[in-house]
Design a protein around this ligand. Structure first.
Ligand code: DGT
Ligand code: CA
Ligand code: CA
Ligand code: ZN
Length: 610
């Protein structure tokens, strides 16, 4: 129920935005996010604790919880239905189109009766939009581009959408009687930036009970197949999920096989074969009585023929755990994130796999926004939340002035904010004058002064150097002129790196997964410049950015001498959880703790900066 409900609340937010109602849309978005990331189904919460339980969900107020109650009871909400009737368009898909905000959707509906993406595409192709105020030829091009981009990425889901859902399903499966172990496999276990379908593996003494449970979960929209060992369903978010039940003795082999990726598996099987083994999802087997030459007729005399050869007997060598399989093949265990046959097998054989940065190693977050600009929470609230999330420091990096729509800071506002941060830091370092304050002593939480300054078209910045020099951390970002040629764009970013005050390039390529292409950059040149100018590159952990992507991180790691910062880019207190996605991204790029400056203690991190 959670996804469906979150989707509905997000739609209501858009509908309210259309009516230009202030504040309320943000409340709905907040509630939608809270519900989407809940680990328990709202229906369960409601069953257990009624409307009080709903109100207790952070971000869900009284009004919204009453609507949720109505939805659980009746399957719809009268208020929302009315809103939807006024603008009966396919909001879910139209709102995914980059450059098409709520007001534009409304205008297109009113002027051209456009309700679906297909209708919009048709109108664009026949240049119908050009006559409408606010939709020139440029918009036409841009919208057509976004639509074709959406079509390409169709069918895959961002890790950030899938992981909370998968975790909830896994948590529930673990409680089904007879279940001994549940593990994710496939792209999810590899923490890929996008997921095609969910693969879950289970050890159970009572397979049919798990299967019954799996196919009747509340998020299941359709059942494609249900068997003793495998079932496949479609979830309400539009994604498929496979569940396989396995015996304990081959669980490791199945986990290895279904984790993939395909190219890693193919290479591993070749190695097995070259050592006289065969490897499949049931185990690693030693082949005995293999005749020297393929001789199909012998298959009938007790021999078996398959893609590994012709053999009579095989003896199970390993299968219970993945570790024992890799060990038997003479290599160290490669973490799932790097399994894609990009050198990890050879490195494993040479016992030279990198010690990847671990999931609990981030000590500070160097990109966070507050309500001084487009964030939702105060500096203090962000700091408290970061501390609660286990961090030791954060840097406040509100937008700067040329990003006018966010109320970006000018020099004066930045200086004022620095004073405010000094004040807050004093509060974090209180002495134990009263017992109520004692708990905070020794925590040494620290708020750093920073900004996310805009890189202007020519590579200069929108804040003067004297003020930048006063900040602890300066992040610089491209937020405009996305369409420059590769040559111009590369020169622009390099010029920003050359600025003595710029410490980090935020979201370096500017891509939004499935929605906006990256800016054109000569990555090799950018990496060289980063190394030369000692500019840190961000691994933005926002689930729809994940920028840099893994391929570029790996390139930088191979080049050597380049450092990263894994930042959440939090715009509210619940976003610190995103750091996990950024860490996964760093791991897929073979980064170690040594590469990531905010995995270091504060003093060491600050020494690294320009
Ligand atoms: P996805 O679902 O597109 O995000 O990516 P995966 O990697 O989860 O792919 P999926 O669900 O088709 O298959 C799960 C795993 O099963 C995959 O990672 C490796 C294994 N597998 C699938 N097809 C093949 C194959 O043709 N050969 C081998 N060796 N393994 C395969
Ligand atoms: Ca999959
Ligand atoms: Ca699958
Ligand atoms: Zn930004």
């Amino acid at each position: 129920m959670n996804e469906k409900l979150a989707k509905l609340l997000n739609e209501v937010a858009i509908l309210l935005d259309m009516k230009e109602i202030p504040f309320k849309p943000r409340a709905f978005e907040k509630a939608a996010y809270a519900i989407e990331t809940l680990s328990e189904d709202v229906v369960e919460i409601y069953k257990k604790s009624g409307i009080k339980g709903l109100e207790a969900i952070p971000g869900v107020g009284k009004g919204i919880s009453e609507r949720i109650e109505e939805y659980i009871k009746t399957g719809h909400v009268e208020d929302f239905d009315k809103l939807k009737k006024e603008v009966p368009v396919d909001l879910e898909n139209l709102s995914k189109i980059e450059g098409l905000g709520p007001k534009k959707i409304l205008k297109l509906y009113k002027k051209l009766d456009i309700e679906t993406v297909a209708q919009l595409e048709k109108a664009l192709v026949s240049h119908k939009l050009r006559d409408i105020e606010g939709f020139g030829e440029k918009t036409e091009q841009k919208l057509l581009q976004s639509i074709s981009f959406l079509k390409q990425s169709h069918g895959r889901f961002n890790l950030g959408e899938v992981l909370p859902i998968a975790r909830r399903i896994i948590e529930r499966l673990e409680k089904v009687p007879g279940v001994e172990k549940v593990m994710p496999a496939g792209s999810l276990r590899r923490m890929q930036e996008t997921i095609g379908d969910l693969d879950i593996l289970v050890i159970s003494k009572k397979p049919s009970e798990v299967m019954d449970f799996f196919v009747s979960m509340p998020e299941v929209m359709a059942v494609y197949g249900k068997g003793e060992t495998k079932s496949t369903v479609r979830l309400d978010i539009g994604m498929d999920a496979d569940l396989r039940v396995l015996p304990p003795e081959s669980f490791g082999a199945a986990l290895q096989y279904f984790t993939g990726d395909k190219y890693h598996n193919i290479k591993l099987r070749e190695i097995a074969l070259s050592k006289g083994y065969t490897l499949n999802e049931y185990g690693l087997y030693k082949i005995k009585n293999s005749p020297p030459k393929m001789d199909p007729p012998r298959a009938e005399k007790g021999y078996k023929l398959n893609e590994y050869g012709l053999y009579k007997d095989k003896k199970l060598v390993a299968g219970k755990t993945e570790e024992e399989i890799y060990e038997a093949l003479g290599m160290s265990y490669p973490p799932p994130e790097i399994r894609k046959n990009h050198g990890e097998i050879e490195a494993g054989q040479e016992r030279k796999l990198p010690d990847l940065i671990s999931y609990n190693s981030i000590k500070g977050d160097l990109q966070t926004q507050t309500n001084w600009t487009d964030g939702e929470n105060s500096i203090k609230e962000m700091a408290e939340a970061a501390k609660k999330a286990g961090l030791e420091y954060i840097c406040i990096t509100d937008h700067t002035k040329s990003l006018a729509m966010t109320g970006g800071s000018d020099e004066k506002k930045l200086l004022k904010q620095m004073t405010e941060i000094d004040k807050i830091n004093k509060e974090f370092h209180v002495s134990p004058a009263s017992p109520s304050e004692a708990g905070r002593v020794g925590s040494k939480f620290h708020v750093l002064k920073g900004a996310e300054v805009n890189i202007l078209k020519d590579g200069s910045l929108d804040i003067v150097d004297e003020v930048l020099a006063k900040l602890d951390v300066v992040g610089a970002s491209v937020h405009s002129h996305f369409n420059l040629s590769e040559k111009e764009q590369t020169a622009r970013v390099i010029r920003a790196m050359e600025n003595q005050n710029v410490d980090i390039i935020f979201h370096p390529t500017g891509r939004i997964i499935g929605r906006r292409e990256a800016i054109k950059l000569d990555i090799d040149e950018i990496l060289k410049a980063a190394k030369l100018t000692k500019t840190v590159l961000e691994i933005n952990a926002g689930p729809d950015r994940l920028d840099l992507k893994d391929e570029y991180i790996r390139k930088a790691v191979d080049m050597g001498g380049i450092k990263f910062a894994i930042n959440s880019d939090a715009h509210n207190i619940s976003h610190f959880g995103w750091l996990e996605y950024g860490i996964a991204q760093a791991r897929r790029g073979w980064a170690t703790k040594n590469h990531v400056i905010n995995a270091w203690p504060l003093e060491k991190m600050l020494r690294m900066l320009k």
